[in-house]
Design a protein around this ligand. Sequence first.
Ligand code: MF3
Ligand code: CO
Length: 260
Amino acid sequence: MIIIKSLRELELMRESNRVVAEALQELAKNVAAGITTEELDGIAEEHIRRRGGVPAFKGYRGYPASLCISVNEEIVHGIPGSKKLQDGDIVSLDLGVLLNDYYGDAAITVAVGSVSPQVQKLLQVTENALYKGIEQALVGNRLLDISRAIQGTVEAQGFSVVRDFVGHGIGRSLHEEPQIPNFYSPTAYNPRLKEGMVFALEPMVNEGTYKMKILEDEWTAVTADRKLSAHFEHTVAITRNGPWILSSLNDEKKSLDLAG
Ligand code: MF3
Ligand code: CO
């Protein structure tokens, strides 16, 4: 069952996602050669608590940190530690916040110092694929219209879409129905989209194969061929006036006539 949110609930989710977005912005400013991933985790947690929120990932199925930091060939769920970032790395920062009983969730991938045009392209295509998916988050469309748009954008540029992790509904739980694959399959669940649905869309895009492995820490997912991977995520509400990107600091509230 896909839980429909009221306008009041969307407004609360906006506040959770605002904290996520501000924290990611602050993290991006701090990404530089020499900083450790656990220092970034500390910055994230401090920001969230200062705003009265709770880090959503900490303790989730035993995950030990506030932030997931996935460097280079790491796809998702990298655990912060003493690793220092280096010039030329790419770093995915994935953050969730619980505030006023509602979750927010978003991710960005940023480069440390200078990276090659091919690597810049990987980041650009992944972010672009997210926005192409968001464009399809429309009342009356079907769920897999989002998936198809993401996959098409990625594959047209010669990259691959990760199969083992998907986007998700979000609200009073971090993960609600439905699952939102970043690729099309004719047998996948494909409901019509309705006003008040809220989705965390999160393409993970690989330079090479889409296949992955989980490291010994039982969390970190890496590309099977150890080529690079990027990840962008937004929490998006479906409204009659189009997608409302709750985790974007630039997307201010549209005039919504959802039920209060
Ligand atoms: N954005 C990811 C997701 O929604 C991150 C979850 S990390 C975990 O699945 F630690 F909470 F599992
Ligand atoms: Co998510």
